[in-house]
Each structure stands twice: as C-alpha cells, then as structure tokens.
Design a protein around this ligand. Structure first.
Ligand code: GLC
Length: 584
C-alpha cells in the first residue's frame, strides 16, 4: 500500500484477517503475485529500489558509544583494539563531538583537530562516522541556521512562520527535506565532513523525533513536495527517507568516486537506496536480543537488506553473557555495530574480562573470515533486492514448520544460523529443513533434516549449519576491510553424488568502478561422484584482479581415495585424516 499517512497494521485482532488502515490519502495498492517469496521481493524492490553496493568497510565491525567524548578517548579506544588485535572498521561519534550539538561543527576543546583524527585513523583502515541529526540549532550566529532561514529551508506553518521543536541542541528548526532545493542545500553541507576525509554519516532522530508530548513535529506544519504543499500529517513517515536521500547524494557527489555510507534510524519504503537501517534504542534485555532476529528479518523482506541492531543492547547495563550472545548474532546481521547509552556500563569487547574478550574477538574475526561470502550476498542484494539475512520460509515455503520460525535464519541460501537468545542456555532446539546439514564447527557431525535437533551451544558457540551441496567462501582474518585479503578458501560440502554451483564476486570494495565493469566474477561448478570430484571454473567477468593470491578448495567429508580435477586436469591433494578433508 503506497500511502505515507499514519498507518495501522493489525495482524492480531482477527485470526482470519489482517487489516491495514491509513489516516488519509488514497488506497493505492500493488499486488505482487510472486509466486515464490523471493519473486515477491524482486518485484517489490523493482518498485521501491535496491541498495547500492556499500563500501566494504561498512560491512565490518563498528564500535559506538553515546558518547566517546574527546579525541583522546577515541584514540585510546582505537589503540586498545590494535593492542588486542581485535578487528575494527569504524568508530561512531555520538552527539558530544559537536559544539553544543550544532550539526556541522566539532567541539574545539574536545576535538581540536578533527581532520587529523579522521586522517590518522583512516591511515590505519578505520573510518569515523559522525552522528548528524536533522534539528538545526536556533542560533542567529550559526551559519547553517542563518542560511536555512535566508533560503527558506526550514519546515514552516501556512503563515510562513518556522516550526521550532526542542531536540539535543535546544530549540531547533527542521529542514524541509521534501523540497529539492533544501535537499541540495543539505547535500552541500556534507562537504563539512567529506573535506575532512569522512565517508559515512549516521542520521538519527529523523522521524523526526522532538522532545514534546507528541514526540514529533506538529501535524499542521507544511512541506513542499514538487511544488505542492502538503501537511506533516500526510508526510511524516517519509521525512527520514528524504533526509537520508540528501545525506547519501551529498556524500556521493563529494567523495570523488568513493562509495558513501549512511546509517539511519527512520525510513520509509525505499530507504534501502540511501541508507543502512539500525533498529533504534533497544535495551540490554534478553527479550530484546530475541526481538532483534525477527526485526532484522522483517526489514530484509521489506527490501532493506542492510540492517542491524545495537549489539549488546543500548539502554540499561549489559553483561558478559548477553554481550557475548549478542555479538554472535551481530556477526551475521548485515550491519554489525556495538552501541550503548550514556550512563550505562561500557561494553567494548574487553569490558568483561579476558574470557569474554576472547570469545567476542573470535566472532569479530569470524565476520572478516566470512566477508567474501557476505560480500557476494551484498552484491546479489544490490541486483535483486534479496536480503542477506533471510527467514527460513524464504527457501522452505513448502515446509509449514518454517513459516513462523523467527529464532533462527538463513544467511543466503546455504547457511543456517541459530543464535542463542536465552540466559544460561548451553543447548538450543534448531529446526533443520529436509536435506543434509553439516555442523560448521565440526563437520563430522552431519544431520538429516526434516526434524528438530538439540544443538550444543556453550557460551563460545553460535550454532551454524551448512546445507549439503553448497560452498562457502572464506577469507583470512584481517584487522579491517582495508587490509589485504591474502587467501580465499572455498569450502565445499558435497554429498556423494551431489553437485553445486557458486559465484565468486570481488571488486575494489571502495569505489564506484564496479559500475563501470571493474569487477571480477567467476562461476564454479562442482560435482561429485563418490571419490571423483570435478571442478569447473569459469570467468564470468574479469574486469578486476582479485587481491587474493591463492585460492584453496577445502573438500569436506571426503575419503583419502579422493581424486580432484579442475577444468579436466588432475590436482594434487593434501589429506587431513582427522577431519576427513582434502585441500586442493
Ligand atoms: C538516540 C539514538 C541513539 C543515540 C542517542 C544520542 O537515542 O537512537 O543511538 O545514542 O540518540 O544521540
């Protein structure tokens, strides 16, 4: 239903009917006939748009806090990550970096040399992502406010008087992001950040949130959309979408061919074209960890593949166990950021002692190991709209047991992840759909699906299962996405007479050159006839030279008698007896 008015979805009152009502506007429906769930997503995203391939660094591990309050504190944080060899791709700066919360400023006392900070960190492969809220402080001496007033950029009442609402900076005006001219102006403002070398921003409070009883702007404020004036009552839901649009376009225009990153809290259908979405202020409760799974899945099937949750929980104090389990889930949510509220305990990976740190580090490293696999899925998402993290029913719609399953999920088509979301659990029930499944951690454990199993899950273990007849791409552990990818491993899980095909995708991970043919894509088809494995490698596109120097096949659950052929020629194999694996 294409309607921006306040909308109510009632999925509960009646067992037989779902109802959707809107406060005004037309009943403008699109019927997407599928037939399969993934066809619906393709159809829906052909209408609302698809995500552009994000920079690789944005797929790494982000560390955030409300707030890291000074340059010294940020540098200390980064030093700690380096000292402990914990991968880190981005540090987010929450509202305290600003001069009294004025957007497009840095506090000169606490951040005397922001550009140097950004550049120094960048040289080590770590990006700074500052928060940028829509509220512009009402202050006659502050340039963005002056300009906004002069050029009529702020949302106003019908008599032309500007709407003011209280947010972090106190009384503030709100750009009318529905106006093309205003978006252009906001785009220009991004130069303040890009001139320092910043490549990503975090748009928050863009519902817009206002500290008043209604928690937002007055309904009778007007916005101007394509020359037509419409009320905030009509357009409220799309405010965040257009703010992120302006941020994204601004960064993109100013980054000289590099890919921008925008993170947003608010959005509307189509937000995936401009921003990744995080699900806002959760709490450090097990219940909120549980909710993180269906929330992210629902965003994915709503066309928003790049989504995640505050790892560890935002409000209230987290603890060692909850942070560990949440980091395990975060490893496989498309957006992976640890963030916490002011006044709560610190929750950096080392905050709860060595043992917890070790486990958390293992999972942040795992994210990098899985990066080639995830990146291929991101690329697919940019072309088809298919989410990266998928509900089970996406691939097993014929199996009624999967329809409402929301405490486990698929990563792409081949990987099943079953996070532990309960305190003190050492096991959990996992539903394996029909077929054969390998335990990722110990592939000597092979399961026949079509049933529930009890998976072992001590605090160190996130249950992961690999579908038979699939291949997983694995990179080396890196400290961030900038570091060189030295090797690529293709893990092959084939049944005795199975076959599979897998696509490898790679590009420079940071520029838009892939849109001009500068990417590498190879298709691998593998078939097995007992002890004979034939691999066919075929370049689909060779516009980029991948950075790994060697590619190794790891063949799981094979016998010593294995014979391997690549494009018809017989290969040397190294056999590992204990794990029944052959390396080629
Ligand atoms: C909002 C955001 C949160 C942020 C805080 C301060 O609550 O959702 O992530 O830390 O504002 O900027």
């Amino acid at each position: 239903m294409d309607n921006t008015f306040q909308t109510e979805f009632d999925l509960k009152t009646s067992y037989e009917t779902y109802s959707i009502t809107a406060d005004g506007g037309a009943l403008d429906y699109y019927i997407l006939a599928g037939p399969a769930p993934k066809d619906v997503i393709r159809q829906y995203t052909s209408l609302t748009g698809r995500m552009e391939l994000p920079p690789k660094w944005a797929l790494g591990y982000h560390q955030s806090r409300y707030s890291y309050r000074s340059e010294a504190e940020v540098r200390e944080l980064v030093e700690a990550f380096k000292r402990k060899n914990i991968p880190l791709d981005a540090v987010h700066l929450d509202i305290h970096y600003m001069d009294e919360y004025r957007v497009f400023t840095f506090d000169e006392q606490k951040f005397p040399e922001p550009e140097k900070l950004v550049q120094d960190l960048k040289a080590e492969g770590i990006k700074i992502v500052p928060i940028v809220d829509p509220g512009v402080k009402r202050d006659e001496t502050y340039l963005p406010y002056q300009e906004g007033m002069e050029k009529n950029h702020f949302s106003s009442y019908s008599d032309g008087s500007v709407y003011y609402g209280d947010v972090w900076p106190g009384e503030s005006a709100f750009p009318d992001f529905f106006r093309g001219e205003t978006r252009k102006w906001w785009e220009e403002q991004q130069a303040y950040y890009t001139n320092m070398g910043i490549e990503g921003v975090w748009n928050d409070m863009n519902e817009p949130a206002v500290f008043n009883e209604k928690k937002t702007m007055d309904n009778d404020v007007f916005h101007e959309e394509n020359g037509v004036f419409k009320t905030h009552r009509e357009l409220h839901n799309a405010y965040g979408l257009h703010m992120s649009q302006a941020s994204f376009e601004g960064l993109k225009n100013k980054l000289g061919g590099k890919r921008p990153f925008v993170l947003t809290r608010a959005g509307f259908a189509g937000i995936q074209r401009y921003a990744a979405v995080w699900t806002g202020d959760n709490r450090s409760f097990w219940e909120h960890l549980q909710m993180a799974v269906p929330m992210t899945l629902n965003l994915g099937v709503s066309g928003v593949p790049f989504a995640g949750n505050d790892v560890g929980g935002f409000a209230h104090d987290t603890n060692a166990e909850l942070l560990t389990r949440w980091t395990q889930l975060g490893t496989f949510t498309p957006f992976f950021r640890n963030h916490s509220n002011i006044g709560t305990v610190f929750q950096e990976p080392w905050a709860f002692g060595e043992k917890t740190e070790e486990t958390i580090k293992k999972y942040i490293e795992l994210r990098h190991k899985w990066m080639p696999h995830l990146y291929e899925l991101f690329q697919e998402a940019s072309e088809t709209g298919m989410p990266i993290m998928r509900p089970m029913m996406m691939h097993y719609a014929e199996d009624p047991n999967t329809l409402k399953l929301h405490d486990q999920f698929m990563v792409g088509e081949d990987v099943l992840v079953a996070p532990v979301t309960q305190s003190a659990a050492k096991h959990r029930i996992v539903y394996l759909p029909a077929g054969t499944w390998y335990n990722y951690w110990n592939d000597n454990e092979v399961y026949e699906g079509g049933r529930y199993i009890m998976a072992e899950a001590d605090l160190d273990t996130l249950p992961i299962f690999i579908r038979e007849n699939s291949a997983i791409l694995e990179g080396s552990v890196k400290q961030n996405a900038d570091a060189k990818q030295e090797s690529l491993r293709v893990h092959v899980y084939l049944g005795e007479s199975g076959s599979l095909s897998k696509r490898i995708y790679e590009d420079d991970g940071e520029t838009l050159n892939h849109q001009n043919e500068k990417y590498f894509s190879e298709s691998i088809s593998i078939s097995r006839d007992n002890d004979i494995i034939s691999i066919e490698e075929k370049d689909i596109h060779a516009g980029y030279t991948p950075c790994w120097s060697a590619k190794t096949y790891v063949l799981h659950q094979v016998s010593e008698a294995i014979e391997v052929y690549i494009n018809g020629s017989k290969q040397e194999t190294v056999y590992d007896k204990a794990d029944l694996r052959a390396f080629v």
